[in-house]
Design a binder for this molecule. Structure first.
Ligand code: ZN
Length: 279
């Protein structure tokens, strides 16, 4: 297996919403805010190359919404999925599978493109993977989460015939070397791939732990549907990760790609940070 970072670009979100009950005096040291209280966040996808498959985990925000929508999110950075794939020697037509951790717009926006007035899969030869519980939740959204589930990102995947559902049980292998963890605090049945790579385990954290600053247990996003479930899921995940020396891969941290963990007097914290390319 080979793994490659695919940095699909950066966007901005409200610092308060991203850090939940934590006061700004604490979080601004880690994720500094601009004069509108917005912090910069990565949308860091992951490319997995196995024997016969090229799998993209998440797709960033994409480019098909209007100026008014993107006006809220201040896209920045000079990378894109295409430039990153090119850097690693690939093209989007070679992607065989798109693994969608969940269907919030900053994870699935790049899955569908607008071509003239049609919405079409951005990865023409790929199977798109979700799971039934999350899919049903996303296509019948509650009013609090509705703004994150945009129909134009989601329904065309099914209409294209390229959608499939992951059915493996919690912690079981989906493909050789790729296990799936399910968590329900951020949204219903978000999927976290746990990868076996060069003798180590790497957990793709998606929105369970969006950034390095979110390691302390009470640092939970206000966006989460069930924050106490996130608290329990963070507790068990970090304990297992620290005990088994897993590496954590952050989708949204603007500055840190991965970290190792250590147990400290204050709880589980990072030991050091690293890049996938360091392994
Ligand atoms: Zn999310």
């Amino acid at each position: 297996m080979n793994l490659y970072t695919v940095d699909s670009g950066h966007f901005k979100l409200d610092g308060g919403a991203m850090h939940g009950v934590v006061p700004k005096s604490l979080w601004q040291k880690f994720n500094p805010a601009d004069d509108q209280n917005l912090c910069s966040w990565a949308m860091r996808c992951l490319l997995i190359e196995t024997g016969d498959r090229l799998i993209l985990v998440d797709t960033g925000i994409g480019n098909k919404q209007d100026e008014r929508f993107f006006g809220h999110y201040h896209l920045h950075g000079d990378t894109s999925i295409d430039s990153e794939l090119k850097k690693h020697g690939f093209h989007r037509s070679e992607i065989t599978d798109v693994f969608l951790t969940h269907l919030h717009f900053d994870h699935v926006g790049g899955a569908i493109n607008r071509m003239d007035d049609k919405l079409v899969p951005a990865f023409e030869n790929a199977v798109y993977w979700s799971n039934q519980a999350h899919w049903d939740w996303a296509v019948h959204p509650n009013d609090r989460e509705k703004a994150s589930f945009l129909k134009e990102n989601i329904l065309p995947i099914q209409e294209s015939g390229q959608l499939k559902m992951i059915t493996c049980a919690e912690g079981e292998e989906w493909l050789p070397g790729i296990k799936v963890r399910y968590v329900n605090g951020h949204t219903e049945a978000m999927m976290l791939p746990l990868l076996s790579y060069k003798g180590q385990n790497i957990l793709y954290c998606a929105d369970l732990l969006p950034s390095l600053a979110h390691l302390p247990l009470p640092w939970i996003m206000s966006y989460d549907m069930r924050p106490l479930d996130t608290l329990a899921e963070k507790t068990t995940t970090l304990k297992e990760a620290a005990e088994k020396d897993w590496l954590l891969y952050f989708e949204h941290d603007a500055h840190h790609e991965m970290c190792r963990l250590q147990q400290t007097e204050k709880g589980i914290r990072h030991q050091d940070t690293l890049l996938l390319s360091d392994l």
